[in-house]
Design a binder for this molecule. Structure first.
Ligand code: PBG
Length: 319
């Protein structure tokens, strides 16, 4: 492959995660992930302008509430910060495509991804599905283009698709975290959202990393239930699943280059082990080679800046 092809990354294929936190006066940096912040209202506006200038096309938004409750009902309030941010972006930055995360773990005191009845320790599946549906509908009302269930609740796509259709949002699509492995790589993210489970772990609903048949079956099921884009998460340790999912189903496929993968790149760059830019290009190439159409990555803003530099050099050579 020529050097130009190697260096050209289409920004349409990148999705940049952004965290908005209610009640902040200043942006909070995330220590384990240099360059990643929890944005306040003012900070969010500046960041959007910067991302717009860089040519970023797709945003994946996560909300973090000021206070967590047992059931996490802030997650589906029409006027929570995430929904406010979605409508703000739609009104003032209509060029961005908005993907919004549909989950409860950042909103619940127990830190699990669904509804646990008071005094109990197990998730209630029906209650979880209706809460996820309410969250998705509230985000659709705010203007989300894609709602993205990440709770790994069985039949989450079916429930949300029906809820959206019933509420009149047929045009709103679903990108589902169809295959989310119970991974060690989520550590830094849980610091961002302060969403580590307070008891137990997520192994009851996230997939065991030994199981590839279950992973492929889950993808098939969610495509049938109406997922427009399916996702495999994390990325690096699961490229075999990405490859097989693409080969088998040919559906639009996203891979999530998660927080722990980002933190490793940053740590190694700081130690002088590698050039961050060179390593990121190598990783993006591996995701594409495996078959990903979309890459969700905290590196997206840096990649966009590198692309601009690269294009300037190119045009200088041509002139
Ligand atoms: C859970 C969720 C997780 C991530 C996004 N949404 C993982 C988890 O805590 O189980 C991880 C993203 C990352 O690590 O970058 N709703």
């Amino acid at each position: 492959m020529s050097e130009e092809n190697k260096k050209k990354i289409y920004l349409e294929s990148l999705i940049y995660p952004l965290f908005v936190k209610q009640g902040l006066s200043f942006d909070e940096p995330v220590e384990s992930m240099p360059g990643v912040f929890r944005y306040s209202l003012a900070g969010l506006k500046d960041k959007l302008t910067q991302l717009n200038n860089l040519g970023i096309k797709n945003l994946l938004l996560f909300g973090i509430p000021q206070e967590k409750t047992w059931q996490g009902e802030t997650a589906w309030q029409a006027n929570n910060f995430l929904n406010w941010a979605i409508s703000f972006i739609k009104a003032y930055y209509p060029g961005f495509k908005i993907f919004s995360d549909v989950c409860l773990c950042a909103y619940t005191q127990h830190g699990h991804c669904g509804i646990i009845p008071q005094g109990q320790s197990q998730l209630d599946r029906e209650a979880t599905l209706s809460a996820l549906t309410e969250i998705a509908v509230s985000q659709a009302k705010a203007g989300a283009d894609f709602v993205c269930p990440s709770a790994m609740a069985r039949h989450q796509v079916k429930a949300i698709r029906q809820g959206l259709d019933r509420a009149g949002f047929r045009e709103v699509k679903i990108m589902s975290y169809s295959v989310k492995f119970a991974s060690n790589f989520y550590g830094p993210f849980r610091q961002i959202a302060d969403s580590s489970p307070r008891f137990g772990d997520r192994k009851a609903y996230q997939l065991d990393y030994q199981c590839k048949e279950v992973a492929l079956a889950r993808i098939e099921q969610e495509i049938q239930e109406g997922a427009e884009i399916i996702m495999v998460k994390p990325g690096l340790a699961y490229l075999d699943i990405v490859y097989q999912a693409k080969e088998k189903f040919k559906a639009p496929l996203a891979v999530y280059n998660v927080s722990g993968e980002y933190a490793l790149v940053k740590l190694g760059a700081k130690q002088g082990f590698w050039s961050e830019q060179e390593l990121v290009y190598e990783l993006i190439a591996s995701f594409k080679r495996a078959g990903a159409d979309y890459i969700i990555t905290y590196h997206a803003a840096d990649i966009a800046a590198w692309q601009i530099k690269y294009e300037q050099q190119e045009s200088a050579i041509i002139q």
